[in-house]
Write a new protein. Sequence first.
Length: 406
Amino acid sequence: MPIWKQLAISLAVLFAGLCALVYFSPGAGRTLVSMGVPASAVALLSSGPEGEGQGRRQAQSGGQGQGAGQGQGGGQAQGNRRGGGNQAILVATQPVTMGVVNDRLSAIGDGEAIEAVTVMPQASGTLAEILVSSGQKVTKGDVIARLDREEQVILRDQSAVALRSAKEKAESYRNLQSFSRLDVLDAQIAEEQAQLQLTTAELNLKRRDIVAPIDGVIGIVGVNVGDNVTNTTAIVSLDNRSQLLVDFWAPERFVAAVRPGMPVEARSVSRPGQAFNGVVEAVDSRVDQASRTIRIRAKIDNPDDVLRAGMSFAVSMRFPGDRYAAVNPLAVQWDGEGSFVWQIVDNKSVKTRVTIVQRNSDQILVEASLKEGDVVAVEGLQRVREGGAIEIVGQAKAGSGEVAVR
């Protein structure tokens, strides 16, 4: 069978079914009208005068109900729109405070002892004795090691004998009148030369002792007894680490801000969670042209002797900056022209442009025409418009029975 015949038969069966439905079901006409079927078509489907009249009545009642519903709904929507334009938007607000921009300098520096020397002998010879061990604390003048000294002892004793002989000769020439004045002068000069020789011999003997030039802690001893050393041989390192000097490099924009005596905070990788306070010891006189940085030296205390020379430190410094208006991060909004906040003036919303200066965890510092105490909206900002009426949370009238949820 051709397809057009099948469609014709299907339409005929459907039309007959609709006619039967309208004829035998009194409310079918109203249902079809509510579903969007034209009232005139429903009337045609009704058979007989009674069915036709019933269909007309059903269609008319359905049309009237639909028209009434549309009129009522439209009026209500129009009333809602008219009322919505006059209703105040409920928002939460916070006052504007003032904050200070903290310019922070962070750098990595290397620590060194405030006094550090490498002890070397003042003479050459064989190392005869070592009197200290690694890690031992010594004071200035303590003997660290000794060189062989037999030859220097002999020379000292010889110089002492020569000095006694010269003294006796000079005394005899002064007491006897048989010697000329020139002979007496020569004897005095010989006495003085003998004294100088004795002083030199004692100095050479003293230099056989290797002494600590500063107070500090002995490092690892790098020589052994019996080693032949010279005045360029490193015997031991000695560090005074009661304080440490930390050298770090700062960008050149901090040249005018950093001054000796300013506070510094240093943290060591070996002591996590512990901060060491200090001060700026010195600032270099020139900026490095290659890196555009300047060298700064800080001095930190080490009272518990927990820090060592050569450690790396994370150094930080804070500089007080300019004052700016501080607002809640939720108050800052964005549009095509940039950032702004809704300022509340006389229960009206005013769009105030802001420029973000610094973001913190609890507030944002902005540059704007805001002063301390001004009120800005922080919640309920979706429906706020320029110049719109605003109702602040907590200032609602006590007599209102309900608050609209917006």
